[in-house]
Design a protein around this ligand. Structure first.
Ligand code: MOS
Length: 770
């Protein structure tokens, strides 16, 4: 155990004593009470669905403005050096061009505060934006052109003449990895975790597997490319952004432009997918600066190429997993170490060792992450960062160990089930992974799998089955606040500056609000996507549902207290404390005495109020310091590999999840399936081609950067345990990213079972199987 970890544990222990565990969310118990079926747990269709299918949901790149200008960017073609000459005369003279901004005329701006430098920060990189002639990555914007139409702006960028003085750049990962460094932390966790002497235990183990894995760079490929429509109204800045971090973006932009946050309002009611990539990049800053100088609104809608050039994605990893097993199949040593590419101006070390910190019992541990600094676009969070590629390596190695020991891969994992979190020592808040294995194995027909690779052939097709564990942490972000406005007509408006990027936030929060307040769901509206609303937390880390629920719970407690106070002596509720009442049937009632009840309408009208509004902040997320909290799952895959061409087709897939309570089965199924599809992309096709000579991304389009299409996706079956976590708001763990994890290994293990070929280098393309 590292000193840092020990200190953290001690601190958590002290915190746990100071803050006794909060009682379970009453809504969990309510579900099990007869006649009290609420809205949660039912498949309410998406509230925003009708607007979306009718084209009435307005996205950031669709917001109109008078005298709009359209922006296009010109991207640098060297990885490092300086702009030697830059001529914009031809571009400025081109039809429709309104304004051209380069480092020569850009306003002085402070560099953005980047992730991890401050909890309020949204910057993906701390590099200054267009402040001088220096170039930091191949693709960095060197000019922004504003024109009357998008086509005119695009054309004018091609007329800019720019030459460079290139400087030597760090581009070859294998070379830079020889002088890698240990980052100060990996998302706040120590970069090195050790328990015992794992190398010695490995050397003396009865069985061992010691392998190196590679995963490539990935680029964000949300259906909606990054976009913002911005304008200045005097000193006030209005931004319609496609973002998953509203208040964080506002705080960071306030720092960049040196203005008060109160002068910035950001709207983001609809986002066409975020996946970690929809943060603050250079394009918004450039558009805002250019809008100020030009005195006109600006729409910057990145092309697909633009997304690849200026919005970072997942970095590459080189990972070692070494497993030493005792004669009984338990682990003597669990070693998971490796290096990723990063930059000096960001802090996103792709936490690939996180799964190994919490999944399996072992006598000894050695877990270490290192980073190699390159001259490239800052990488960022992307679709289960760390856990997606970390489980690929760990779960493939476990499959290899099962093969070596000669036992079934699930049987091996069952032997490794820990009683407490293996590295933190914390109790698990809720972990039913063994049940997920069992349910999944039965439903999938795991007993049909032959333990002998290559045993099943149907014509040209080799058929195999594989499985892997899925895991993703439970996070709840601090600092969120919610407002509830109750009106005399028995409606509630719940507001928090949060995000719906397609996952169903507004729907689930309306369900939760309805149950919390004892109202029908049609009487509850959830407002989000606007910095004028109470402070929101990021929609990231699969944390948002819990973060919002905790804030709404706090606000509803305040609302109940306020209502009781206002009810007065004539109310049937007179004299009751908040603990004695519950929200039901559009009002408040005594928990046991069913006749002691008063409707919200009655309380408000007697108090002479049309509406009552309260706001409260969520309590700090003490549960994560007290318990080991994670989402879990078991991924099962059947593949068919063509013996002639090497082509891999996933023919069946099942995800069996243990993620606390399922709040809306329809939306949850969609989340899991979407995650699994992203996992299939990671397993079989996605790879950003980075030219190590030039630092240029060579496949910046969906024609060459392949993501799964419908024909690549089989029927995906999804099941879950639905066991509530008493320590989580609503009993629920996050479900946004868990579906992605484990998929890479489940596919790779199935490919091995089909062919006898181990692929440890993603993606599993046909050339690696021939
Ligand atoms: Mo997720 S990668 O935290 O949006």
């Amino acid at each position: 155990m590292s000193i840092l970890d020990t200190a953290k544990q001690a601190a958590a222990g002290v915190m746990a004593k100071l803050q006794p565990a909060t009682p379970p969310d009453p809504l969990i118990a309510k579900r099990d009470r007869p006649g009290q079926h609420g809205s949660l747990g039912t498949s309410v269709p998406r509230i925003d669905g009708p607007r979306k299918v009718r084209g009435k949901a307005r996205f950031a790149a669709e917001v109109p403005a008078e005298r709009m200008t359209y922006a296009a960017l010109r991207y640098a073609t060297i990885a490092r050096g300086r702009i030697a000459s830059l001529s914009t005369a031809a571009a400025e003279a081109a039809p429709g061009v309104v304004f051209v901004m380069t480092h020569a005329n850009a306003p002085r701006l402070k560099p953005p505060a980047s992730f991890m430098s401050d909890p309020r920060a949204a910057g993906a990189s701390s590099l200054p934006i267009m402040q001088d002639a220096s170039i930091h990555w191949n693709g960095e914007p060197v000019a922004i052109v504003l024109a009357e139409t998008q086509e005119q702006a695009d054309h004018a960028t091609s007329l800019i003449e720019v030459t460079y003085e290139a400087a030597p750049a760090r581009l070859v990962f294998a070379h830079e990895a020889t002088r890698s460094r240990q980052p100060d932390s990996v998302l706040g966790e120590p970069a090195l975790v050790q328990a015992g002497d794992a190398e010695a235990a490995l050397a003396g183990a009865a069985f061992k597997v010691d392998r190196t894995f590679h995963t490539p760079r990935h680029s964000h490929a949300a259906i909606e490319p990054h976009a913002a429509t911005v304008w200045w109204d005097g000193e006030d800045l209005v931004i319609h952004d496609t973002t998953q971090m509203l208040h964080q973006t506002r705080w960071t932009l306030a720092g960049v432009f040196g203005i008060a946050e109160s002068h910035i309002r950001i709207f983001s009611p609809f986002v066409g997918g975020g996946f970690g990539g929809k943060g603050l990049w250079s394009h918004q800053v450039l558009a805002i600066a250019a809008a100020k100088l030009a005195g006109r609104p600006v729409r910057v809608a990145l092309s697909r190429e633009g997304v690849f050039r200026v919005a970072g994605g997942r970095t590459l990893t080189r990972q070692r997993v070494a497993l030493g097993a005792n004669a009984d199949g338990t682990l003597a040593a669990l070693i998971h170490t490796g290096t990723v590419a990063m930059t000096e101006h960001n802090n996103c070390p792709e936490q690939f060792t996180f799964p190994a910190r919490h999944l399996y019992a072992a006598d000894t541990f050695l877990l270490e992450q290192r980073v190699a600094d390159l001259d490239m676009l800052a990488n960022t969070f992307m679709r289960a960062p760390g856990e997606s590629v970390g489980t690929f390596a760990l779960e493939t190695a476990l499959d290899e160990l099962a093969e070596t020991v000669g036992i079934d891969p699930i049987a091996l994992r069952r032997r490794l089930e820990p009683k407490q979190d293996p590295t933190s020592g914390h109790d698990f808040s809720s972990r039913h992974l063994l049940e997920a294995y069992a349910k999944g194995a039965e439903r999938f027909g795991w007993n049909q799998r032959s333990p002998v690779p290559g045993a099943r052939r149907e014509g040209e097709w080799l058929v195999g089955m594989g499985m892997a564990t899925a895991t993703y942490p439970y996070y709840r972000m601090p600092g969120g606040a919610a407002r509830i406005t109750l009106t005399r007509d028995g409606h509630a408006r719940i507001a928090m500056a949060s995000h719906d990027m397609g996952m169903g936030t507004a729907t689930v929060q309306a369900q939760a609000g309805a149950d919390r307040l004892g109202l029908p769901i049609d009487n509850v509206t959830f407002e989000y996507g606007d910095t004028a609303l109470p402070h929101g937390t990021i929609a990231g880390g699969s944390s948002q549902t819990a973060s919002i629920a905790a804030a709404v719970t706090a606000a509803s407690a305040k609302l109940v207290a306020d209502l009781l106070q206002r009810a007065g002596n004539d109310s049937p509720l007179a004299g009751l404390s908040a603990d004695a009442v519950e929200a039901r049937d559009g009002g408040l009632g005594h928990r046991e005495q069913t006749d002691r009840f008063e409707s919200y309408a009655s309380i408000l009208s007697r108090a002479g109020l049309e509406a009552l509004s309260v706001e409260a902040e969520a309590p700090p997320p003490m549960e994560v310091g007290t318990y080991s909290m994670h989402s879990y799952g078991a991924q099962f895959c059947e593949v068919r590999v063509n013996a002639v061409t090497g082509e891999t087709r996933v023919s069946r897939f099942l995800g069996s999840f243990d993620v606390g309570r399922i709040l809306n089965p329809r939306l949850a199924t969609s989340q899991f399936r979407g995650g699994i599809i992203m996992g299939l992309g990671l397993a079989l096709m996605e790879e950003t081609q980075f030219d190590e000579r030039s630092g240029r991304v060579m496949n910046p389009s969906l024609a060459e950067y392949h993501v799964p299409v419908h024909l690549d996706v089989p029927e995906i079956d999804v099941i879950w345990t639905d066991i509530a976590d008493p320590h989580a708001p609503l009993g629920a763990h996050g479900i946004g990213e868990i579906g992605i994890t484990g998929v890479g290994a489940a596919v790779a293990n199935a490919v091995f079972n089909a062919t006898g070929r181990r692929v440890r280098d993603l993606p599993i393309t046909l050339d690696k199987l021939l």
